[in-house]
Design a protein around this ligand. Sequence first.
Ligand code: HEM
Length: 377
Amino acid sequence: ARTVPFHGSRQAGITTPAQDSLVFAALDVTTRRAGDLADVLQRWSAAAATMTTGVPVGGPGGLGGAADEPPQDTGEAHELPAANLTVTLGYGPSLFDERFGLADRRPAALEELPALPGEQLDPTKTGGDLCLQACADDPQVAFHAVRNLVRIGRGTVRVRWMQLGFGRTSTTAAAQPTPRNLMGFKDGTANLRAEDTADLDQHVWVGGEGAPAADQDWMRGGTYLVARRIRMLIEAWDRASLGEQERVIGRAKETGAPLSGTREFDALDLAATVHGKPAIDVAAHVRLAAPETNGGVKMLRRGYSYTDGLDLATGQLDAGLFFIVFGNDPHRQFVPVQRRLGSQDALTEYLKHTGSGIFACPPGTGEGGAWGEGLLS
Ligand code: HEM
């Protein structure tokens, strides 16, 4: 019960119904030996496959062992349910530099993101050779997974930055109710869903039906992850009137209905007017982000709310959205949409992008298979 299989043709944690908690880690590889990296990825897959069934690293006896050695598993998830744990791996563009001889295996889409409007990136929350996205319905289970993988990788990889998320801000399955983000609005209403298989093939999976052809065989069936740590200027938002908040988003706060309709799942009517003015403002977030106004671009959003407590420099809350989005061509999906949002979206006044990363998430591995296959071996 409440387990998500680790093995499969796709990695788990992408179209899996979004769990409640996130632990996201970006890591750098500290060795120049590709074989050591392949070894860690193999050990990570075995550990992740074990942990996702609710069993400790090293098997049922992983907490015990020799009295003069550290136990194989750190122990804090013992006797907790698996809580739908998923662990998703991604490769950053920097992994394909000269160190591991992978330069000609880098897919064209895995390019560093360009500078974008509305960002003030903190280098200590940006980039990474690898990423691990652990999601679970129990924060301790998600933390345990990343902690144990980091421990297994010691001497070969080190954490570059990390983000904890609570409260999913997206819906990725039809049966899930729409959650709310820290601005108090329903988030995920118009998202892609696991059930939208034709759209996922076209917009999310690399080499899928209707998608551009894969330029690297090892990425076929994978996808790209873009992460953005988006701080909300909560104090300013909380002083904005209800009318202003709804104009900025383009939806009603209580119901989540577009301002051109009455129910949450009513389609946006971008031509609708009220007293001669557009019902959905020209600068509203949903208008500027919608596929209809972006040449049909669709993305799978899978973000989490975050807070890192108080920003001591300003005395304001450091909180917002850890935005995660999946797509098969981020430079034609996320980048142009964000460029537009960053310069025209009324929401931008209340946001600051402070962290960023782009990663190639390879396809899933079969039973007995391991991460790194196809790329490193
Ligand atoms: C829709 C909030 C950042 C893309 C929405 C909705 C809300 C929202 C409340 C309406 C409900 C829904 O359909 O999910 C936010 C907040 C953000 C943020 C608070 C930052 C803190 C972004 C970014 C992108 C994005 C960075 C992409 C670059 C979208 C898209 C939609 C959407 C594609 C669906 C539009 C539609 O088809 O109706 N967002 N968003 N959002 N957002 Fe955002």
